[in-house]
Design a protein around this ligand. Structure first.
Ligand SMILES: Cc1cc2nc3c(=O)[nH]c(=O)nc-3n(C[C@H](O)[C@H](O)[C@H](O)COP(=O)(O)O)c2cc1C
Length: 197
């Protein structure tokens, strides 16, 4: 009798379970639609800075854009004597006089393809970007990327550098540039917003 009751109860439970639609398939989590692979759309702020002004400006831009940062570190560090532009043949002056100079960079950017936009921050040396910036842009395939030049300087503007970068960054779109460190954060934000990166 006890055995019969157990069989009866088990059968009843199964009928109720089926009637309530309690199959494993029907209660499983909603099927995930497989997302198409996300295109590379990250923003990188790559900066070169010897005495810290450009680094400060670059960090502000990175914060505003929620971007990753990469420091362009020279393989051979610039000493104060290397940067003393009053000495005609100091290292920085010699490099700037030689359009073919390409000072080596210590390390390479990992997985550059993940960045759609690269903000390039540098100090102005003799009216233009330091040659190490040329080394950087020639080290990668920048086709299809957007390059945003920004600088700090003692007063010179960025236009000559923008023109040079448009020549060097093959297949990339080089936006207008901006001299930083002289305007408010709000102004920098408004300019970045206007680029619609
Ligand atoms: C070799 C050298 C050349 C420079 N040439 C210029 C220049 O042509 N025009 C200018 O306004 N400032 C010039 N400067 C000043 C730097 O652009 C300025 O101090 C910059 O903010 C330094 O950036 P950093 O602190 O990130 O290295 C020069 C500085 C150096 C070291």
């Amino acid at each position: 009798m006890k055995k019969l009751s157990i069989i009866f109860l088990s059968a009843l439970t199964m009928i109720l379970f089926t009637a309530c639609g309690g199959s494993a398939e029907k209660t499983s989590a909603p099927e995930k639609t497989s997302e198409p692979e996300k295109p590379a759309d990250k923003i990188l702020v790559a900066y070169f800075s010897c005495t810290g002004h450009t680094k400060t400006a670059a960090m502000e831009v990175a914060e505003l854009l929620k971007a990753e940062t990469f420091e362009i570190v020279p393989a051979q560090a610039y000493t104060p004597a290397d940067l003393d532009y009053n000495i005609e043949d100091c290292r920085a002056n010699l490099e700037q006089k030689d359009s073919a100079a390409r000072p080596a960079i210590k390390s390479k950017l990992e997985n550059p393809s993940q960045y759609k936009t690269i903000v390039l921050a540098f100090p102005i040396w003799w009216g233009a970007e330091p040659r190490i910036i040329d080394t950087f842009v020639e080290s990668y395939d920048l086709a299809g990327k957007t390059i945003v030049p920004v600088c700090t300087s003692g007063g010179s503007d960025i236009q000559a550098s923008v023109n040079n970068l448009r020549e060097l960054c093959k297949g990339a779109t080089v936006t207008g540039g901006k001299r930083l460190g002289i305007t408010s954060k709000d102004d920098v934000k408004a300019w970045l917003d206007s680029l619609k990166l």
